[in-house]
Design a protein around this ligand. Structure first.
Ligand code: ZN
Length: 312
């Protein structure tokens, strides 16, 4: 992946580690390192007989076919040679549904006739998702259609993010200290921060005082944001969340719905945590929103101990 501007902080792209202390936690969608693709695009294949027309066909596909297939076809080499024949993928059957329509467009834009090319009856199956590694890209290329390896897309994601380490360290330190002196049964502390609007809320687990089983620190934080919301809109848009313990499924889901941008946490909760330990709920394709998650893995900040089966 080409990084146009290098992020000024230290990023270990192989281990997804920022400044040696923030470990990226991937969402459920990015967990697949499967060696087999699960979804495919069916694509038309043209055998170009008149090799003088190759460039014309490439230009035709580029200029006349809507480029709404970038996800599926961006890594596909458009042309391959098979048994001496030149085979070309113009688009998928999602974009142009019928053979007749494609032939009509080809005739109109390339002036090629039946002697110049053959639109094959057999479609090519192209993996819809990018291969996770270079080795798998080569394998898929052999099994389906040649692919270009453009690097791991997650490198770009990590590079494009902003890391205000002064702020991140400040809030991690704060929740860590508050958690250490907290007397609640579940000593979790959560900060909701919106730098753009200069808003900051600190929330504790309120179950001991309210008796409400839903008053986890994340839920109490969302409630505070909601109470101070000036107008309608997505609740926590542009908010970053700093929390001591890996939140439970209810809290992770509430954070998806409230549209936070990023969450930082310190300690795993093995049995009920739903970011790294289970479910990876911050990145599930079928949900309406996602957020980025980092776990603090340095040795400066800690969270008070909790039962590994407690719902935080
Ligand atoms: Zn919770």
């Amino acid at each position: 992946m080409v990084k146009k501007i290098h992020n000024p902080v230290k990023i270990d792209y192989v281990n997804c580690l920022v400044e040696d202390c923030l470990q990226q936690i991937k969402g459920a969608d990015s967990m697949t390192t499967s060696a087999q693709p699960h979804e495919f695009l069916s694509c038309w294949v043209i055998e170009i007989k008149n090799k003088a027309l190759v460039q014309k066909f490439v230009r035709f596909a580029k200029e006349n076919i809507p480029s709404n297939e970038l996800d599926g076809l961006q890594n596909v080499k458009k042309i391959k040679v098979e048994n001496g024949a030149l085979k070309f993928i113009p688009c998928s059957t999602d974009t142009i549904q019928t053979k007749e329509k494609l032939q009509e467009l080809i005739a109109e834009h390339t002036k090629a006739d039946a002697n110049d090319y053959l639109l094959l009856d057999q479609l090519a199956l192209i993996p819809k998702t990018s291969p996770p590694t270079k080795e798998i890209a080569l394998e898929w290329g052999k099994s389906y259609w040649p692919l270009t390896w453009r690097g791991n897309p997650n490198d770009q994601v990590l590079n494009d993010m902003e890391y205000d380490m002064v702020k991140i360290n400040k809030y991690l330190k704060e929740i860590s200290e508050l958690s250490a002196t907290c007397k609640n049964t579940v000593p979790s502390v959560t900060i909701f921060s919106n730098s753009r609007q200069n808003k900051l809320y600190v929330a504790y687990d309120e179950r001991d005082t309210t008796g409400n089983p839903l008053d986890h620190s994340v839920m109490c934080g969302i409630k505070q944001v909601a109470e101070n919301l000036p107008k309608d809109g997505y609740l926590c848009l542009d908010y970053e969340v700093f929390t001591t313990h890996e939140p439970c499924a209810m809290c992770c889901m509430a954070l998806v719905h409230s549209r936070i941008s990023r969450l930082f946490y310190i300690q795993d909760v093995k049995h009920t945590g739903s970011l790294k330990s289970n479910y990876h709920m911050h990145g599930i394709k079928s949900l309406n929103s996602k957020y980025h998650v980092f776990q603090y893995v340095g040795d400066k900040y800690h969270a008070a101990a909790v039962e590994q089966s407690a719902f935080v």
